[in-house]
Design a protein around this ligand. Sequence first.
Ligand code: GLN
Ligand code: ZN
Length: 748
Amino acid sequence: MTTSIIGFPRIGENRELKFNTEKYWRKEITEGELQNFAKDLRLKHWNLIKSAGIDGIPSNDFSFFDTTLDTAYLFNIIPESVKKLNLSPLDRYFALARGYQGNKGDIKALPMKKWFNTNYHYLVPQFTKDTEIKLNGSKIFDEYQEAKDNNIQTRPVIVGPFTLLSLSEFHDVKPSDFIDQLIKTYQEVFEKLSAQGAEWIQIDEPELVKDVTGEKKELFQNIYNKLLQDKAGLKVLIQIYFGDVRDVYNDLIKLNVEGIGLDFHEGRKTNQLVQSGFPDDKILFAGVVNGKNIWRNHYAETTDLIKSLPAKNIVISTSCSLLHVPFTIANETFPTEIKQHFAFAKEKLTELDDIQAILNGAGHEAETKNKKLFEKPRIQPNQAVHARIKKLNDDSFIRHPSLAKRAEIQKKEFNLPLLPTTTIGSFPQTKEVKKTRAQFRKNEISQEDYDSFIANHINEWIKWQEDIGLDVLVHGEFERNDMVEYFGQNLDGYLFSKNGWVQSYGTRGVKPPIIWGDVSRNRPITVKWSKYAQSQTDKIVKGMLTGPVTILNWSFPREDISIKDSTIQIALAIQDEVLDLEKNGIKIIQIDEAALREKLPLRKTDWYSEYLDWAVPAFRLVHSKVQPTTQIHTHMCYSEFTDIIPAIQDLDADVISFEASRSNLEILDALQKEHFQLQVGPGVYDIHSPRIPSVEEIKTTIHKILNKVPEEKVWINPDCGLKTRGIKEAKASVENLTTAAKEIREEL
Ligand code: GLN
Ligand code: ZN
């Protein structure tokens, strides 16, 4: 038995690729210097993988930005506007990824979307009438050659045609217009690689884990029947990840390919499918080492699983690319008892090698050590948390009285004008704010100095909000670095790595905290500053929290309990905070669920049963105990929830704000059609641009909203993200917003 991986983190052990790429963008190094750096980094990673004992080593999994973009670039799927710019190939590539504004022109970046159920983002290829598919660029060939010149035989990786077409956007054209040309060009890639001496190619087709029926299934069959007619002598590995292929398994195993890679972790049905039979003439690349989690593999379970598989030829592999985990645990400073439970990318290579050794009858030492690790419980349960969960009953998840009754009560309580105005929470995080927070973290300034800095900022912004006549104020979130870490630091059960970066998009990374144990709140988190802000004004100041589903979705979850159970624990911790805020005089509390949509299962048929059926009650648990006079807001960072409106309604918040302006307010029709009951604040202007919307413009938008939503249900707010704006434009825009709202009120 041999070992293989699907892909490796390309950013480097210390995010070197990020820093060098950004240097190039700032023109501090030349293109040649960046290319040389990247070349060294690739070689370093190949050698690392090879010396860890991995047999199947991928190439072309490296990218300066994104591998879907690399594939689109390779096939010349590049908008005319970008081709016309007179740029070098690398700069043209970056122009697609980041836009270009300079003496050669002005073009926008390609749209970016989340890569399946991960926090990685891909650039969305755009097909138009002008798209002419042909080979363009030589990255995949060059990188194969580079490795080969260093005596490393690699398996080039490419995004498969089915996934590529499914993820792309089509303007006045359709996927079928391009199939023949696309297939021909994939086959040219096969030919060239084969001529260079490649043995294998890995074709990634994660799209196959979604619901693949009807027309979609036909598209898949159509593509692959043609594509595999001419492989130029290459062996083909079809690589699946992020789920199982229940809709196409039987088609897949009949294809003219040499290898099929399946995910045994997220693919709940993968084992069952394989047990139904796997052809003798193909190799099963069994994704048994989890490419997404940060926990040690349980060797005994894994080897038992592999031994049970009916496949004749097996390669031991990861469940997905290691791109989605941090580079190594080696540089972290956790105590050994903790550290021994973690495996990041580099450690997962060793795990594959260990598993191979054990299956070959060796590896006794690794086997014993691993067995010991799982012998005793990793953590002591927090009895108080478990007792509290045990006491929950159906009523714990229901707020009384009903939404409609609360609306009446709150109307009297707050006496807000029609079309009340507010913002989503944060105000500009200036350099000064970030610097002061960093100084405080490094103990360079005292608690006293830091507190007075934050207090001054709050005062200043409260005063401004009063001056311009906003109705519900916020404190501005100056004390927060982000939406999860700030909370996690005050929750028991959380751990934070120093260098656990995972690529999010391009050179941007995230450092998800780790849920280590049972979660509970060890002290009030937001009470101090919310209370302070409220004490500075007679207007209402909204409390500002992150919801349990978002906290969970942006963390590395435990695996010894379900994510549902972890979320309930977090929900109870946030419930404590909500009740504390209420006790301290905070009358409106916003609980952000920015990431609720993110973890929707890839199969639509699983949306409720696998996710929403517990995620929505977890949110309700957070606010179910507040007084009828306390108003609960929630916020979502998008407006694509037309397909889950009943679930959003079920959150049973009193008010929801969302990012609507960028999606052209399309959501309003759906809200109207589905008789949406919550009060809504569809963002009235796009915050992601420095431009200041005029009063007239905002009024037009408000009119559009009032055409679809009853006026007593409408709130007026900007989209989220004021923290990313400069002070001047933030103030000018929100001032125009309050003016617009006032003028419209007079018309009504
Ligand atoms: N309250 C947060 C803010 O205004 C919400 C952030 C978000 O929408 N992601 O920054
Ligand atoms: Zn948002």
